[in-house]
Design a protein around this ligand. Structure first.
Ligand SMILES: [Zn+2]
Length: 414
């Protein structure tokens, strides 16, 4: 124990088995160093002792699968500055009945397993895992470095079932090439949500930002314009692709309804993913099906062609040429008599400047950092963590994507 978890000022007095069979326990008794005063919990300076409280116990990392606990009777000390209080216990965090080592241990496993699996594997309650992760997250949030953040990504994430306001989250990412992480997550996708997030990150960070990536979601556009006027605001490629894909899918569904009952309708129904993929990535039988669709006079085929031809936009280097292409493309989409495509064209036109900023920022913002982080969020929210509350989910997101600092321990248990 001294080698793995030494605590200055304390000694391991005794390690004992208690009980037997399934109720076997391992008790580790600690004692204060006889010649050393306890330290004040606030300033950690030595202070004269006052009295001793009854023994408390803290669960520790299970050894050989046997539940293990620390036992110690804390002293009260009277600090000249902070008055009378319980001494500083380096393995303990406040009133929690779990050692810091154990919380760190559970939190690390909770990144690899679901919280329920972690609880089962180490014979603790789900709440114990949750509280451990929460403690580590709070510890990390209080100590994380926010200097040097230059590029932000702002996005909305759908969560749970339904499309009510509560089913959306606002997320703020750092998307610098050297560091991509979740900086903030909060409920809803309103102006107020984003303002709250930016306020939490602090005005120093917000004013130092050089690039912001976001979707065309109006509340976000407003807040970004108002608070980060110095930054180049970019509507990113991944979101624009998303809008184009949605439009193709709307055309397809509309056509399915119109053709209801005819063999073409059933065929169109099965085409969904082939239409949403990038054309160059569709191969084999699927590719032949796609070509047949384009040969037919179906509206879906024309919509798909429009979507595919937009891809060329991203290959420009010159802002002028990109602008020309955009104007021509929008013209075509508006004349296509495909209402969903026309709608996208109108949206692109009205945000032309922000879309062209992508070319002005070229090289500084890589292709899809927001998309990548969104996918990771989905993995966390979908993996059956058994989140019972919003706060639990938020905690899991910071835990997995926040790249938070972790409490320093002399030994890693996993
Ligand atoms: Zn003190």
């Amino acid at each position: 124990m001294n080698r793995i978890q030494p605590f200055a000022g304390f000694v391991y007095r005794e390690v004992r088995f208690r009980g037997g069979g399934a109720s076997l326990r391992l008790d580790i008794h600690l004692e204060a160093h006889a010649s050393q005063d306890g330290r004040c919990a606030w300033c950690e300076k030595p202070a004269p002792g006052y009295d001793r409280l009854p023994e408390r116990s803290w669960s520790f990392v299970p050894l050989w699968g046997i539940p293990t606990a620390f036992h110690y009777a804390p002293r009260r000390v009277s600090c000249p500055e902070h008055g009378l209080g319980v001494e500083h216990l380096p393995w303990s965090a406040g009133k929690r009945p779990v050692t810091i080592a154990m919380m760190d241990f559970l939190a690390r496993w909770a990144r690899r397993l679901s919280w329920r699996e972690t609880a089962r594997a180490f014979q603790v309650s789900w709440e114990a895992v949750y509280r451990s992760v929460d403690w580590c997250v709070q510890w990390g949030l209080a100590r994380r470095q926010l200097e040097g953040v230059q590029a932000l990504g702002v996005d909305e994430i759908h969560w749970g079932k339904g499309l009510r306001a509560e089913n959306f989250l606002t997320v703020i990412y750092q998307i610098d090439a050297h560091c991509r992480r979740l900086l903030w997550v909060g409920p809803r996708r309103t102006q107020a949500s984003l303002r709250r997030g930016l306020a939490t990150l602090g005005s120093e960070l917000v004013q130092g930002v050089r690039f912001v990536c976001s979707d065309m979601w109006k509340p976000y556009l407003r807040v970004i314009a108002a608070q980060m006027g110095q930054a180049l605001h970019v509507l990113d490629r991944f979101h624009i692709n998303g809008h184009l894909n949605d439009a193709v899918d709307q055309v397809r569904r509309g056509e399915c309804r119109r053709l209801d009952g005819r063999p073409r309708a059933a065929q169109l129904k099965r085409m969904r993913w082939k239409l949403l993929r990038r054309g160059s990535r569709v191969r084999g039988h699927a590719k032949r099906q796609l070509w047949r669709l384009l040969g037919s006079k179906l509206a879906t085929g024309r919509a798909w062609m429009l979507k595919e031809s937009f891809d060329h936009f991203w290959s420009y280097r010159s802002v002028t040429w990109a602008a020309t292409f955009l104007a021509v493309w929008c013209e075509r989409a508006l004349r296509s008599r495909l209402e969903p495509m026309g709608k996208v064209a109108r949206m692109l036109r009205s945000h032309e400047e922000l879309i062209l900023n992508w070319f002005r920022a070229k090289g500084e913002i890589s292709n899809g950092p927001v998309e990548g982080l969104n996918n990771k969020i989905r993995v966390v929210t979908r993996r059956s963590y058994g989140f019972r509350t919003y706060h639990a989910m938020e905690t899991a997101l910071y835990h997995n994507l926040g790249r938070l600092p972790e409490p320093p321990l002399t030994h890693r248990f996993c």
